[in-house]
Every structure is written in structure tokens, then in C-alpha cells.
Write a new protein. Structure first.
Length: 237
């Protein structure tokens, strides 16, 4: 089946679950196709709940003309993944479950979906003053490396590290979830679309022109409410 002739995401997911996981207890279709954000390279994320599996696993495959990622969980393993996602402040599985479309219902699935939605709504744990200080120091260190670098190749990758650190700082100090790769921008947009435009513009300007001023100003703007850059007097004990 070629891409033009393939079934819709939901129909494909239904067929896939019926044929490949016929004995599972519940299933959800998640990811970009359920949010209206799918691209030509998007895959289908399918979450399977099966009380019989001994441990969680993930599988990637091509089926029915679609790339498919399967996330298989028992009623115990999903809790461990929820807890892990909360600790790292990146709610991958809770968001998939909270936003997913039900393929196969079960008595317990509504409870898990509500649990996932509560996690998303509550947000990650608030950073302590010590954690904020720690992050300020390492952002300062990266920013100094960036400003001082006269090696274009090195500075490009320093800028990438700085972007990740700054996005994390902004979101965590506002008790919001963080992201990775494309989810950095998505989580920033959920927080503040206007600020996100400023954030993206600063780094786009640097990558396009080599001028570091907008990135420098952005970093200082982000750090300023928390005391600005931090180097002198910082210690780890």
C-alpha cells in the first residue's frame, strides 16, 4: 500500500491493534496525528495496555503504509514511566495518554486518562532556590563561552546548548513542562507565544548573521529577575 492509498491514521490504528494486539486490554492512538500537527513524515504513536506483559517495551515498524511506534505497558509499568516523566519534567507518556484517541476501551482506561490529565495540569515540581542558583551558574558559563568564542563552528553548538538551557530555565521557573528538540518550541508556545517568537528570533538572527547580541540580551533578560549572571561566590558542596 503506497502513501496515497493508505488508510487514515485512526482506521490504520484500529486495524493494527486488531491484528497485532488482539488480546490487549486497551489501546490509544496518540501523537501529532491526533493534534492536527502531522507532517508528511509523521508516524502513528500507539499506546497499548496489556496486563499480561511482564515489562514495558517499545517497538518501531512499518505497517499498512505507515511508520508506527508502539508503546506497550502493563498496569504497573505505565506508573513507573509517569513517575520518571514527572521527575525529568518531560511528560511524554502522560501527554500521549491525555491527548490520545481511544482505539480500544476498558474499565480502567478512563482512570488512567484522568490520571494523565491531572499530571499535565499540575505541572512539574517547583525548582528550589538552590536549583535555580545552580542553573544560573551553568547558563552563565555557557553564555560566557558563547560570547567569547571566535570559532564559528564551536559557537554554533554552544548556541544550541544555550538555547536548551534557557528554554528549560524559563519553563521550570514558571512551573511548566520542558521539551526536547521540536518540543522545546511547542512547550514554550504553550507558555507564552509572544516570548517564544522573541526567543526564536534571537537564535535565528545569530544563525543567519553571526551577530550574538540578541542571544546575549535574551539570556540576560531571562536571568535578570533571578539575580542575573552568576559566577563569583558560587560553590557546590
Amino acid at each position: 500500500m503506497n502513501k496515497k492509498a493508505r488508510f487514515s491514521p485512526f482506521v490504520t490504528a484500529e486495524i493494527f491493534v486488531k491484528e497485532r494486539f488482539s488480546d490487549c486490554d486497551a489501546a490509544l492512538l496518540a501523537g501529532s496525528v491526533t493534534r492536527g500537527e502531522a507532517t508528511v513524515t509523521s508516524d502513528l504513536d500507539i499506546v497499548i495496555f496489556d496486563q499480561k506483559v511482564p515489562s514495558a517495551y517499545r517497538e518501531s515498524l512499518i505497517a499498512y503504509g505507515w511508520p508506527i511506534e508502539v508503546f506497550v505497558h502493563s498496569l504497573n509499568s505505565y506508573k513507573l514511566f509517569f513517575e520518571s516523566d514527572i521527575k525529568r519534567a518531560r511528560p511524554s507518556l502522560p501527554r500521549m495518554v491525555a491527548e490520545g484517541m481511544v482505539i480500544r476501551e476498558s474499565d480502567f482506561l478512563p482512570r488512567i486518562i484522568e490520571e494523565a490529565k491531572r499530571i499535565i495540569e499540575i505541572g512539574p515540581e517547583e525548582w528550589t532556590d538552590k536549583e535555580i542558583e545552580f542553573k544560573r551558574y551553568f547558563i552563565t558559563d555557557t553564555l560566557d563561552d558563547f560570547i567569547g568564542s571566535d570559532n564559528r563552528a564551536e559557537a554554533i553548538f554552544i548556541a544550541s546548548t544555550l538555547a536548551e538551557q534557557l528554554h528549560e530555565f524559563v519553563l521550570r521557573t514558571n512551573k511548566r513542562w520542558v521539551g526536547k528538540s521540536k518540543w522545546m518550541v511547542r512547550e514554550l508556545n504553550r507558555f507564552d507565544p509572544v516570548f517564544t517568537e522573541q526567543f526564536v528570533e534571537a537564535f535565528s538572527y545569530y544563525y543567519g548573521t553571526g551577530n550574538k547580541n540578541k542571544v546575549k540580551e535574551l539570556a540576560e533578560l531571562i536571568l535578570e529577575p533571578f539575580g542575573g549572571r552568576l559566577f563569583d561566590g558560587f560553590s557546590i558542596k
